[in-house]
Write a protein that binds this ligand. Structure first.
Ligand code: ADP
Ligand code: MG
Length: 249
């Protein structure tokens, strides 16, 4: 049994079957990649996992509990954290302040704007934030305004804001999309470090095969909303079904 067990998920948008009978099992403490051509249903699947979309049928079990029917913030509290495609950071706050905000949200059980007012009185939260900033190698940048960070550092900050919630499963939707090569390499290194330091389970959607093969222990290939193959990276490379799916793009 994986920490995440997805069974028989179907999702239609009008006449379009975005997901058709999707099964996915992610083992604890592994990195599982979901790949596939554009429009394969990868983001739709992630949206189901975080509670942003309700599937027409199927089940999603996480850590022994059903996810379906829960609100996104409840799923987040169960331990599923998503790294957004566009960093949702607060540009006018410092790196440290940005990392402290999710700590308050975790403690209060909901996001509270007034948390920002009392932010400086919270020593334990500052310590938690310090530890995370160290993990993502941003200690020296903790007093910089988020708006002044490079794209790669914004990604690091966003990752820190996820990690500070102490998730059991990190979902990443194309974490290196639009990045220059150096930042992509940086992100690969960062994800490897996080996995080594925190033993976190990751499900990653990614277009860049270099990233996929650097990180994933198992790969599921989606095409037209349906899983084609699920296997270890060595078996996915050159798999006829995979090549067909991509050539047919
Ligand atoms: P991927 O992330 O693999 O590129 P998506 O999950 O974004 O694919 O999309 C799968 C299919 O569902 C696409 O054909 C897309 O146009 C369609 N789709 C996604 N979201 C919606 C939506 N909210 N309404 C209608 N169609 C959608
Ligand atoms: Mg997508």
């Amino acid at each position: 049994m994986g920490i995440l067990e997805v069974k028989g998920i179907n999702k239609r948008f009008g006449g379009l079957q975005a997901l058709g009978d999707v099964n996915l099992s992610v083992a604890e403490n592994t990195t599982h990649a979901i790949i596939g051509p554009n429009g394969a249903g990868k983001s739709t699947l992630l949206n189901v996992l975080v509670g942003k979309l309700i599937p027409d049928s199927g089940s999603v079990m996480f850590d022994g509990q059903s996810v379906l029917g829960r609100k996104p913030h409840e799923i987040n509290q169960m331990g599923i954290s998503r790294v957004f495609q566009t960093p949702e950071i607060f540009a006018d706050l410092t790196v440290m302040e940005n990392v402290m905000i999710p700590c308050f949200a975790k403690r209060d059980g909901a996001f509270r704007m007034h948390a920002i007012e009392s932010i400086f009185s919270e020593k334990s939260i500052r310590q938690q934030a310090d530890a995370i900033l160290d993990d993502v190698n941003m200690t020296e940048k903790s007093n910089m305004l988020a708006s002044s960070l490079s794209r790669g550092d914004k990604r690091r900050l966003e990752m820190a804001m996820c990690l500070v919630q102490d998730p059991k499963l990190l979902l990443l939707d194309e974490p290196t999309a639009g990045m220059a090569r150096a930042d992509t390499q940086n992100t690969i290194a960062l994800l490897k470090e996080i996995r080594a330091k925190r033993g976190i389970t990751m499900a990653i959607i990614e277009h860049d095969m270099n990233v996929v093969f650097s990180l994933a222990e198992r790969i599921t290939v989606l095409a037209q909303g349906t899983p084609l193959v699920e296997d270890i990276p060595e078996k996915i490379k050159g798999h006829p079904k995979v090549r067909e799916a991509y050539l047919g793009e």
